[in-house]
Design a protein around this ligand. Structure first.
Ligand code: FES
Ligand code: FES
Length: 166
């Protein structure tokens, strides 16, 4: 099947099999390997990307289902050298840890803050509840998203001010 998917603002047209997964489309066809693949059972959430602004597990979405939709991956979070506040928060609050679940966690954090700029800790924990950190734990990840929420108003100058915010 011939499909066109908008990924990170650009249209990409490819021939794909109907069973082709979105995660494979992103990683193998478009070489956007920032989207990780951590299980075969739709449990870990490390493959999360945004589809029309909502987090989805790209291992559970067929590429053909994404045709005509807007997909956003971790490669699109930064604006040039300007990190998204969520990315900066993960640096400031040591949310990276092993880094494997990080792309999906950051995209879920971005989607949460887009619809709720001032979430409670419980709301953050609920938002990331579909994603597993298998190495350390969630405390620093939650603190990273909280940092991004606190600093959202300073987004334009976040890299300059980040060192004094932790
Ligand atoms: S790779 Fe584990 S839920 Fe998608
Ligand atoms: S930071 Fe390592 S799995 Fe989450």
């Amino acid at each position: 099947m011939r499909i066109t998917v908008n990924v990170n603002g650009d249209d990409h047209t490819r021939e794909v099999e109907p069973r082709h997964l979105l995660v494979r489309f992103l990683r193998d066809d478009l070489e956007l390997t920032g989207t990780h693949w951590g299980c075969d059972t739709s449990n870990c959430g490390t493959c999360v990307v945004l589809m029309d602004g909502d987090p989805v597990k790209s291992c559970t979405v067929l590429a053909v289902m994404a045709a005509g939709h807007e997909i956003r991956t971790v490669e699109d979070l930064a604006d040039g050298d300007q990190l998204d506040p969520v990315q900066q928060g993960f640096i400031e609050q040591h949310g990276l840890q092993c880094g494997f679940c990080t792309p999906g966690m950051m995209l879920t954090g971005r989607a949460l803050l887009d619809r709720n700029p001032d979430p409670s800790e419980q709301e953050i924990r609920e938002a990331i509840s579909g994603q597993l950190c298998r190495c350390t734990g969630y405390l620093n990840i939650v603190k990273s998203i909280q940092w991004a929420a606190r600093n959202r108003a300073e987004a334009d100058g976040v890299t300059e001010t980040a060192g004094s915010q932790s």
